[in-house]
Design a protein around this ligand. Structure first.
Ligand code: AFP
Length: 335
């Protein structure tokens, strides 16, 4: 019998080792894991439950919502609002801050999440996931406003994501490395299967949506051009390419075999400095990747250092193997 460590046991052990993990955080993480299990079940049964397809509504980003975007959001809110661990929530799917109803006690943490990242893949049965980030509620605040959420990524207490793929995997950092847990459906628990995940410093695999190439800035144009030139070019090696259109799947791949994922600023819509959202996509993924020895940048500054100005703001993302991200950053200097 393997010595299987459950998520709950792992968090309890971390709580013993590190004072930064109090019982409220432990309880919060276990409750987020329950939400992820519930969403995983809904995603797996979506065809049977007739909850595939568009909802016919748009989110704050002006993007069409899938039925499962709304359902997953409601799972997270209803599973967490009563716990007493939170003073408020922010969701990609909801324009305003999600307040804790008055009948429930308020807690010391703020939760920000993308309930179903990659949802444009739902109807084509490609991996999707949930991304979450935890911040401290500022001292003395019981009814947080936007500005209380606008903390740089360095202030995150913990971050994680759950990828609903061939297996359901929960990846978590509480500031002391990165660990991966596989959902064992027979017992309904997340089991530690990928301890101390680390990102290889080098890679020959890049992920970017090539259809946007004509809109990229010069540094990104140069980097990708050199990758495509392969052995005969200045990089003297051939590259492979992936594009899943699901950030959780791309980041999980990078955690397991290295790589660089890029959603850079482009001129397709000059009003948007990138596609991905800082507070509940770029920041949690950057915390995880940097805790695993990788690097994450806008091209001009570390993503974790970005001073937020809006809870739904977008940011350029260049994330992954340290030496490859450093190469792209070097091309941005002086641009
Ligand atoms: P959706 O959640 O709308 O599918 O967007 C997913 C995402 O935010 C991120 O997970 C992908 O890496 C990226 O967008 C895909 O963007 P493109 O659809 O432009 O390729």
């Amino acid at each position: 019998m393997h010595n299987h460590i459950s998520l709950n046991q792992f968090i309890s052990q971390e709580n013993t080792k590190h004072s930064s993990i109090d019982y409220d955080l432990a309880g919060l993480l276990n409750q987020v894991a329950i939400s992820c299990k519930r969403i995983s079940n809904l995603v797996n049964r979506s065809g049977l439950m007739h909850i595939l397809g568009a909802a016919g509504t748009e989110n704050v980003q002006g993007e069409g919502q899938k039925k499962l975007d709304i359902i997953s959001n409601n799972v997270m809110v209803k599973d967490l609002e009563w716990t007493g661990y939170l003073s408020g929530m922010v969701s990609e799917e909801v324009e305003e801050i999600i307040s804790i109803p008055n009948q429930y006690s308020k807690g010391k943490y703020l939760l920000l999440f993308d309930p179903l990242d990659g949802s444009s893949n739902i109807d084509i049965n490609v991996s999707v996931g949930t991304i979450f980030s935890v911040l401290h509620t500022p001292n003395g605040v019981t009814h947080p406003k936007d500005e209380h959420f606008l903390q740089p990524g360095t202030q995150q207490v913990c971050a994680g994501f759950c990828v609903y793929g061939p297996t359901t995997m929960l990846v978590l950092t509480i500031g002391h490395g990165v660990n991966g847990f596989t959902l064992d459906r027979d017992i309904g628990d997340f089991i530690l299967t990928h301890p101390n995940m680390t990102v290889p410093e080098d890679t020959s695999e890049f992920a970017i949506n090539m259809s946007n190439q004509r809109f990229w800035e010069a540094p990104v144009q140069r980097y990708i051009q050199e990758c495509l030139q392969g052995k005969e070019g200045p990089r003297s090696k051939n590259f492979n390419m992936r594009w899943v259109a699901s950030m959780v799947a791309e980041v999980y791949r990078i955690l397991t075999r290295g790589g660089i994922f890029m959603y850079p600023r482009d001129q397709k819509d000059p009003s948007k400095p990138g596609r991905l959202r800082l507070m509940y996509e770029a920041n949690p993924m950057s915390f995880i990747i940097e805790q695993a020895g990788g690097l994450s940048s806008t091209g001009y500054e570390p993503i974790l250092a970005v001073k937020p100005t809006h809870i739904h703001q977008r940011v350029p993302v260049i994330i992954g193997s340290k030496n490859e991200v450093s190469q792209v950053i070097s091309y941005h200097k002086g641009n």
